[in-house]
Design a protein around this ligand. Structure first.
Ligand SMILES: NC(=O)c1ccc[n+]([C@@H]2O[C@H](COP(=O)([O-])OP(=O)(O)OC[C@H]3O[C@@H](n4cnc5c(N)ncnc54)[C@H](OP(=O)(O)O)[C@@H]3O)[C@@H](O)[C@H]2O)c1
Length: 283
């Protein structure tokens, strides 16, 4: 166990928290919540103007004037630049007590319409992006102790119509998180894996413009959450050192049925829903 191991985490006072994807949606809601609980926050994403706006939002809710709210423009798909930016971040803000790997992009289309480049972009961001940031920060986390949370998705537990690229990336993340949990356990570094259903964020607003009715119907089986609700679930999971967390009652029910029946319930329900949508849309 590292010297900075947090034990039972009751408070986030003076904890340094790095959040990839912290400029928007779930990452930003989590940053706001943790700032309100006393943490020093480092927001990581690409777009400088979104980062600046997010930083002001987080500044506005921090608990004490001593808290540092910082942001750094990084692209998680570029391992070399990311590594040097993380060295810079560690020197400027201190190593993370908590790393939340949440940067991600969505893809909703039929497999045959997804080009190799588009498929690759999703995997490079959602899977390698998480791998790259953990690889860059793990040495300092191992020296001082800390926690790692990975935001995967319900689509990483249940495969769905229209999500071949996205689900592939998120299923792989689940595997990464399970192995990492086991490897880091002896070092006293808890790993948390969050698998939310649909969450109202800019990502989903954008997706809603083009999502197929089949995908939307199937996705809705697990319900929809706000970013604030999801952020609370993430923070609770980190505090309590939970490994796998599926936020939302409906999502948990769907997941439980899926697990207990080896996927039969979700396959039957989603096939039935897709038949209904197709029938309704028939000329
Ligand atoms: N919303 C949902 O329904 C839902 C459900 C389950 C899981 N999730 C997962 O939750 C995470 C957050 O999603 P969200 O809905 O909050 O999305 P969002 O509002 O679109 O936020 C995505 C964040 O990731 C950053 N990002 C994207 N690509 C990046 C890259 N290459 N390098 C660095 N940062 C990058 C974005 O900033 P820049 O674009 O400026 O880089 C932004 O800060 C994702 O991993 C997503 O898959 C979302």
């Amino acid at each position: 166990m590292g010297p900075n191991e947090i034990g039972k985490l009751k408070d986030f006072d003076n904890r340094v928290i790095y959040i990839t994807g912290g400029s928007s949606g779930i990452g930003l809601a989590t940053a706001r919540l943790l700032a309100a609980k006393g943490g020093h926050i480092v927001l990581l994403a690409r777009d400088e103007s979104k980062l600046a706006a997010a930083r002001s939002e987080v500044e506005a809710v921090k608990r004490s004037p001593h808290q540092r709210i910082a942001s750094l423009s990084v692209d998680v798909t570029d391992p070399l630049k990311l590594r040097s930016k993380m060295e810079e971040a560690v020197a400027r803000f201190g190593p993370p007590d908590i790393l939340i790997a949440g940067a991600g992009i969505v893809s909703n289309d039929l497999f045959e319409n997804i080009s190799l480049d588009a498929f690759d972009r999703v995997i490079k961001t959602n899977l390698y992006g998480v791998r790259n940031v953990i690889a860059a920060l793990l040495p300092s986390i191992k020296t001082r102790g800390g926690r790692i949370a990975i935001i995967a998705s319900m689509a990483g537990l249940v495969g769905m119509y229209g999500y071949t690229a996205y689900s592939t990336s998120k299923f792989a993340l689940v595997g990464l998180a399970e192995c990492l949990r086991s490897e880091l356990k002896p070092h006293g570094i808890p790993v948390t894996l969050i698998c939310p259903p649909e969450v109202t964020t800019p990502m989903v607003a954008e997706e809603d413009r083009t999502i197929s009715p089949e995908s939307k119907a199937v996705k809705m089986m697990a319900g929809r959450l706000t970013a604030q609700y999801t952020a609370r679930a993430i923070v609770r999971a980190i505090q309590k050192r939970r490994f796998l967390v599926v936020p939302g009652k409906m999502a948990r029910l769907v997941f439980l049925g899926h697990r207990l029946t080896s996927g039969l319930t979700t396959r039957l329900t989603s096939d039935w829903m897709i038949r209904r949508v197709l029938k309704k849309n028939m000329p």
